[in-house]
Design a protein around this ligand. Structure first.
Ligand code: RB5
Length: 154
């Protein structure tokens, strides 16, 4: 069972709590990151905590939620080593694992029902990466730290 960090800003507390409860019930060890009800927060703060926990190996995977999922995915992808995928449905949840080996899943708490979000997280966690896509991931890694305008080929 992978260990997980699950974070959200104020706009997705309900989905975050549902995910934490659901995945703990399923036996995952979960670290929860984010504000309590009534507190405002800035999604890059939670994204940084979760993304850094993943790349430092403190947890194996992360899940991040904000109102749309867009902000946390942009922020998390600034951390080298993170492949954060914003998903909306079972197909994107499956392909985020199968093709992109996403190590952070992002979802919109204002867009998805809690139960549906938990379903998408289950799909992502249960789907294996297909090795035939590794070459593309290596090219993404090569972009990290590359000067602007430089492709993996140079
Ligand atoms: C906060 O109101 C909202 O902007 C944030 O949760 C998120 O949707 C940003 O992408």
């Amino acid at each position: 069972m992978p260990t997980l960090a699950i974070g959200s800003d104020h706009a997705a507390i309900r989905l975050r709590r549902a995910l934490v409860e659901h995945l703990r019930e399923r036996g995952f060890t979960v670290t929860e990151v984010g504000p309590s009800e009534g507190d405002k927060s800035d999604y890059p703060d939670q994204a940084a905590v979760v993304a850094r926990a993943v790349v430092r190996g403190e947890v194996e995977r992360g899940i991040l939620c904000c109102g749309t999922g867009i902000g946390v995915s942009i922020a998390a992808n600034k951390i080298a080593g993170v492949r954060a995928a914003l998903v909306h449905d079972p197909t994107t949840a499956r392909l985020a694992a199968q093709h992109n080996r996403a190590n952070v899943l992002c979802m919109g708490g204002r867009l998805l029902a809690d139960e549906y979000g938990c379903e998408l997280a289950d799909i992502w966690l249960e789907t294996a990466f297909e090795d035939r896509h590794q070459r593309r991931l290596d090219k993404i890694t090569a972009l990290e730290g590359a000067p602007d305008g430089v492709t993996p080929e140079g």
